[in-house]
Design a protein around this ligand. Sequence first.
Ligand code: ZN
Length: 91
Amino acid sequence: MTQEMTVKQKRLFDMTQPLDDSGCWIWQGQVSNSGYGRIMVSDTDNTVKMVSAQAASYQQFIAEVPDGYLVKQSCGSRLCINPQHLMLLKI
Ligand SMILES: [Zn+2]
């Protein structure tokens, strides 16, 4: 990624181990029972909630996740949060 990251983007990126071969950013933080990364984030109204790491990444690097959608990895790695490997999936 060549463009400047915002503080929040950098904070997420710093919690990953980027892999050279696949380009995956492997999450190094908390992992849920289902095997996905997770992170506490504060909402716009300052309520704190637990979201998946990939959803947090999608929100910071791409856009808000619309209601009724999940963020999934197109590369197949549950711990990858590289925004270029993320896609929306209708629930
Ligand atoms: Zn990936």
